[in-house]
Write a protein that binds this ligand. Sequence first.
Ligand SMILES: [Zn+2]
Length: 171
Amino acid sequence: MDDYDYEPDEAQLAELLRRWDKPDPIAALERGGTAVHEAAHAVAAAICGVQWTSARLLDRPVMLGYRAWVRIPVIDSDADKAFIYWVGCWAEARWLGIPLEEAQRTSGGIDNRVVGAYWTAGGREGPDRWVAAMEPAWSEVLSFARKLANHGVVFAGGSACLVEHDLAALI
Ligand SMILES: [Zn+2]
């Protein structure tokens, strides 16, 4: 049994909670959804044979309000690009159990624009095919997301990625 020297009063407790930097349950859920979102981008890239180099998940926004992203230097095919961008919100919605439109509204920013531009330009591929491609990889998405949530960063293998890894270690 633990012995406490003192019990904090209300003001001390409020201050302790304010300094408590672990995410509350809602933040944790949001963080999980974001990890799954980014994981889906990376797994979809791998399915297309497109090299991603790193995925990041931070506790606060650092770039233009973004706090998570996957770095993918080059995507040659517009269809692959639309697929890779579209799956983020799909995976987030699937994991959180919310409608796709809700995930697209809250975290679809760039993703929606890329997919919209693809369809506007006459792109034929779409959700049916993309979901069929992702479902068999769902467990892979979840294990990638778990790694990302635990470490905040996941690096791909390969020499280009190792350079990025070294740069990240310097900053
Ligand atoms: Zn995204």
